[in-house]
Design a protein around this ligand. Structure first.
Ligand code: NAI
Length: 335
């Protein structure tokens, strides 16, 4: 039997943590054959909540769960960690400027990156969920210079799944019929959800949309005026309707991201989206953690290269990337 995998969840006492832990314990992360050890890393104020979740995990009697440890010490939390899910972050407080928010989070993700380099397994894989996720991942990556770039990612899979969901609803098909949607840029309202290369049951999505909306021009209008803003602002819509932020869908996307990363995507599943360290692909400045269309065969996320990106898409991507450049500048002194 394979050795159990060690997954560390920061912010495990929070809402996404609560949803995530039970999915992982049930085997959704790595399948029914892989045992998991969970490390719940919190700040002192969050420890009781994480301890409560640990009690409930025990009460789940999950066959794949080999132990749960709760700690507020990063050296213990990341010890031997194979998968680091960095969920806990500092939310924006009243009157807090963007630069203050970025700096406060640099104070969390810098030390966590350093602790991962020092204590985690050599092939550790890190996904940052806590916002501002892309720049938090950039900070963690910078604090772990001995680890390769490809170990650090940020979550844009929720945006990707939202885009697939919107497209499927508009075309009245199941989500499984949709392939090759892409999220570009930052996990923020500036992101660009792109369907230019997407297919529906093997047919170009643009063709299906033109039929659905009565012509290519109407389809383009729907994309610009409805689809893109709806996906980019879906988080706010969830808060308005549900009275609380997206939690179960965020946990679900985190599971999707790690599973595809570790196990690879099925051969016929097409690509997905993840924020990864740029090496200059599509003009995105090197070192930024930006969302791209990616594939995975289980050995790592690889950016899909050589796509034909038209002028309109290039401008949208550039606008989101400019925001990431601004965020990097705001934390430059802290890197
Ligand atoms: P929450 O406030 O319920 O939980 C956050 C937890 O993190 C708290 O228990 C807190 O004590 C803990 N925490 C804070 N600083 C920490 C640190 N330095 N080390 C360890 N734990 C720490 O928030 P929720 O709803 O669970 O969301 C977590 C984060 O995920 C937020 O930043 C949210 O904006 C982000 N998010 C990201 C999404 C994405 O697609 N990338 C989607 C949805 C949420």
């Amino acid at each position: 039997a394979q050795t159990p995998v060690t997954a560390t969840i920061t912010g495990a006492g929070g809402q996404i943590g609560y949803a995530l832990l039970f999915r992982i314990a049930a085997g959704d992360l790595l399948g029914p054959d892989r045992e998991v050890r969970l490390r719940l890393l919190e700040i002192p104020q969050g420890l009781r909540s994480a301890e409560g979740a640990a009690l409930e995990l025990q009460d789940g009697a999950f066959p794949l769960l080999r132990g749960v440890e709760v700690t507020d010490d990063a050296a213990i939390g990341f010890d031997g960690c194979d998968i680091a899910l960095l969920v806990g972050s500092r939310p924006r407080g009243p009157g807090m400027e963007r630069a203050d928010l970025l700096a406060a989070n640099a104070g969390i993700f810098g030390p966590q990156g350093a602790a991962i380099q020092e204590h985690a397994a050599p092939d550790v894989r890190v996904v940052v969920v806590g916002n501002p996720a892309n720049t938090n991942a950039l900070i963690a990556r910078a604090a772990a210079p001995e680890l390769p770039d490809d170990r650090f990612t940020a979550l844009t899979r929720l945006d990707h799944n939202r885009a697939v969901g919107q497209l499927a609803a508009a075309l009245d098909v199941g989500a499984g019929a949709i392939r090759d949607v892409a999220i570009w840029g930052n996990h923020s309202a500036s992101q660009f959800p792109d369907v230019a290369h997407a297919t529906v049951d093997g047919r170009p999505a643009m063709q299906a949309l033109a039929e659905r909306f009565g012509g290519a021009e109407n389809a383009a209008g729907w994309l610009d005026d409805e689809f893109v803003p709806r996906v980019a602002k879906r988080g706010a819509e969830i808060i308005e309707v549900r009275g609380s932020s997206s939690v179960a869908s965020a946990a679900n996307a985190t599971i999707d991201h790690v599973r595809d990363w570790m196990l690879g995507r099925p051969a016929d599943a097409g690509w997905t989206s993840a924020a990864v360290v740029s090496h200059g692909e599509y003009g995105v400045p090197e070192g930024l953690v930006s969302s791209f269309p990616v594939t995975s065969d289980g050995s790592g996320y690889r950016t899909v290269e050589g796509l034909d990106v038209d002028a309109r898409a290039r401008a949208r991507i550039a606008a989101s990337v400019a925001e990431l450049v601004g965020e990097r500048e705001a934390v430059a002194g802290l890197l």
